[in-house]
Design a protein. Structure first.
Length: 213
């Protein structure tokens, strides 16, 4: 009987570890600390029809407002954060140039399940809508771009200090789990920011960033 006791304890420990590994708590811990598993990209999952429809609307806005008519940036917040949902889109060729990961806001919760949007100062949430990418600067999060909200849904973005920047917690490739969350900033990987910088910095006109679901 005594010999069976250690075996029983071992079985219970294995079962507990297995449960923890499948639990939401473990997944949250991995995402918060950048401990996500790498997965093969699956660009076929990108809804190109949806992207082209949004691009058609963007072209109309850009013509009226005098923005850069060669390219713009889209963020589809309906996609999981572990999938590429930041899109660099060619308006000239009507095609996707590049895609990458981007965070959404946690609304100042330890971990936000699902999505919640807000525009109030201090809310810590993502704000959907169109943005003008402003001047670059170096601040708390390193190299970043100020963002100016252009819709009623994101009009407080500048006052909220919602900016486009990078962070090491955002992986360079797609993941099987959720990635880290921000306090409302669209945060990309360091590599993605390096792709964005020459496009924005060499543009003679304002560049449009559009976050939507």
């Amino acid at each position: 009987m005594k010999a069976l006791l250690p075996l029983s304890i071992t079985v219970l420990l294995i079962a507990s570890i297995s449960y923890f590994a499948q639990s939401n708590s473990f997944k949250k811990m991995k995402a918060l600390h950048g401990m996500t598993r790498e997965a093969a990209p699956h660009p076929a999952m990108i809804n190109l029809d949806k992207l082209k429809g949004k691009a058609a609307d963007a072209k109309t806005f850009i013509r009226k407002k005098g923005y850069n008519n060669q390219f713009c940036f889209f963020i589809d917040m309906s996609l999981p954060s572990g999938e590429n949902r930041f899109f660099i889109y060619s308006l000239e060729k009507d095609s996707l140039l590049h895609s990458g990961l981007v965070t959404h806001g946690n609304c100042f919760q330890n971990w936000l399940e699902g999505r919640k949007y807000g525009n109030e100062v201090g809310c810590g949430c993502t704000s959907l809508g169109k943005y003008k990418i402003g001047i670059p600067y170096t601040g708390k999060w390193g190299y970043a771009y100020k963002l100016h909200g252009l819709d009623s849904s994101n009009s407080n973005a500048f006052e909220r200090a919602v900016v486009l920047h990078s962070h090491s917690c955002v992986p360079e490739t797609e993941q099987t789990d959720e990635i880290c969350q921000s306090n409302g900033c669209p945060t990309v990987s360091p590599g993605m920011l390096n792709t964005i910088k020459p496009l924005v910095n060499q543009s003679g006109k304002p560049v449009l960033l559009w976050m939507y679901e």
